[in-house]
Design a protein around this ligand. Sequence first.
Ligand SMILES: C[S@@+](CC[C@H](N)C(=O)[O-])C[C@H]1O[C@@H](n2cnc3c(N)ncnc32)[C@H](O)[C@@H]1O
Length: 231
Amino acid sequence: MTSLSEKLRIFRGAVFETSSLRSNYVVNRGLDDYNFDLPSFSGIRLKEIIDLKLKKEKQIRLLDAGCGDGSFLLECALQPRWKNRLELLGITSYPYHDYSSSHNLLDNNGIQIHVADLHNLTQYIKPDSTDIVTSSGCFTYLAHPYIVLKRIYSVLKNRGLCLINMFTWSALSSEDADLLTNYLKGVYGMEIERDTISFTKTRSRLLLPLRYKEEIFNTSNNSELEFVNSE
Ligand SMILES: C[S@@+](CC[C@H](N)C(=O)[O-])C[C@H]1O[C@@H](n2cnc3c(N)ncnc32)[C@H](O)[C@@H]1O
């Protein structure tokens, strides 16, 4: 029988991209696109969230999870009013940025891009280190969205903010997805619409309720068992 870790390896391998892209696969959305496409939090949109954070802090750290070619990060770096006040990081599973030209532009503006799997985010970014996490057009490609959500929660600072679009619970049954959605709304105060999630970090970790674990351990559904094991 295939072991759980082997199954996870295959799942993640399958979702990891290659250089052949679908023609409608956008990798270069900019600041205005992000501001428009990402959900607001408490009615406040991304640009204003950054402005508000910068009123309180000299410098803030922003991570773009699934950053494509880094266009959004570059536009943030070039905004005159944010100049030298944003520490910008991106994670992408494929290096879309052209090393000969735009990579230098990213480098020259102090933007760090890691080519890595978001499921392993905490290997690259320290816990409690990040003020804002954005994720545009990425979650729909993830094998285990909950794991990545958990990793993002971990790297956020207390009161750090996260905005995600194109969210899906992937392989979860609709019952599990509803249960989880209601739990995250009720206990973690997350704002969850059809395919968007926004939240501020209010607890040290993102944990599933014990009752949910017990219910799932009592079922024989394999995909749900894998999901629980991610805790
Ligand atoms: C459709 S592109 C969106 C790019 C950019 N955020 C934008 O809106 O233009 C999806 C991005 O998610 C990244 N991605 C998908 N699965 C990933 C994974 N498992 N780990 C890291 N990045 C991933 C892709 O490499 C790509 O950068």
